[in-house]
Design a protein around this ligand. Sequence first.
Ligand code: GAP
Length: 446
Amino acid sequence: MPAPDLARIVSLAKRRGFVFPSSEIYGGIGSSWDYGPLGVELKRNVKEAWWRSMVYERDDVVGLDSAIIQNPQVWVASGHADNFTDPLAECPSCHKRYRPDHLDDPEKCPDDGAALSPARLFNLMFKTFAGPVEDSASQVWLRPETAQGIFINFDNVLTAARAKLPFGIAQIGKSFRNEITPGNFIFRTREFEQMEMEFFVKPGDDERWHAHWIEERLAWYKALGIREENLRLRAHEPGELAHYAKATSDVEYRFPWGWGELEGVANRTDFDLSQHEAASGKTMKYFDQEANEHYFPYVIEPAAGADRAALTFLFDAYDEDAAPTGDGKEETRVVLRFHPDVAPVQVAVLPLSRNAKLTPTARAVHAQVRRAFRAQYDDAQSIGRRYRRQDEIGSPLCVTIDFQTVESDNAVTIRNRDTMAQERVPIAELTDALRSALRAMGSARV
Ligand code: GAP
């Protein structure tokens, strides 16, 4: 099944409660989105899977949660105050603003064909004021990347965690960029979440570690079920490298509008630590006991977006196939084939109908299942419609409680989203049976 168009994903996301346009009752606000009951679960699962693979499953990475508002000197030293810019051109007739490097013809307004003004550099950092006085002394920026919070805490973490090279510091959090042309749903927004890890290595070991992290990060998306043919690596051309990078490779996904960056894996050299030492006067060097020398570590940075990853899981999971309606006919069903470790709901518990005879047992089964899995109880509408709904929100398994359950066998039916096969299992063995079914669908976590 080819990737669906964006409109279909946006509509499904709204209908089923993944993502809503923000401030909708006031007409919305361009490029801001709110995550609904299922979207918040999807994004939490993405972040949880990232944290697990980056921190819990490694001996050499620790976590951090630094502030969004930092001393403005951080952004002067890091180079963002001067260099974190995109080209901006304006149409003199309709006054719309564009990124000329994103246009087919960088000199013409795509709306009315007028010649655009010469491009100027526009800084993407959001400015605000800390405290009640709005003057230059109180002006601060909202962080445009989480990475600097890691660099400025390098020495704190080194000492507190008694770390030795090579080691990494991971962080997940909001970043803000005043993008000139946000768009494509949650792909490019002005407020988004990043999942970044700065991995500090001995200079000279950096290229080996860079190659290592590029492969690790590509493998992470594959392990969570993203189809291989929709993923690729792309090395940056020298002209497109960020001001701090010696080399960068992007993990890209094949979106309906073309290949787009999911994450960048950069070799940031010793740029940030040396800049902060020079600007703050505080040491940012590492003491290598074996070599008996002080030096700036080099940094390899895998930097991913949680929103882009969530969007990627939505696109890649989308499928349509034919499903039996129960009366001998078939209908097209929409199914999100989420990997069980990112699926918002892993197991749906469905009594055959809302019936006083079934409810107590169904509730008891739900109580049992939710102890081990992300579970949802649903007894509204016909069972066929509830299966369709669970397919459309990507729940891998449904458990059905019927009259046979309460009248004779104390067993339930497990229905598999992908094969639509049904298996009868005693309630006493249900948790184990669900665990093995989710494992068979790829889960490494249950
Ligand atoms: N610290 C390095 C850094 O921030 P980046 O390539 O600018 O590198 C890393 O950003 C990731 O953050 C991107 O690959 C993307 O997934 C996400 N990201 C960046 N800008 C974004 C935006 N405007 N909206 C949503 N996600 C964004």
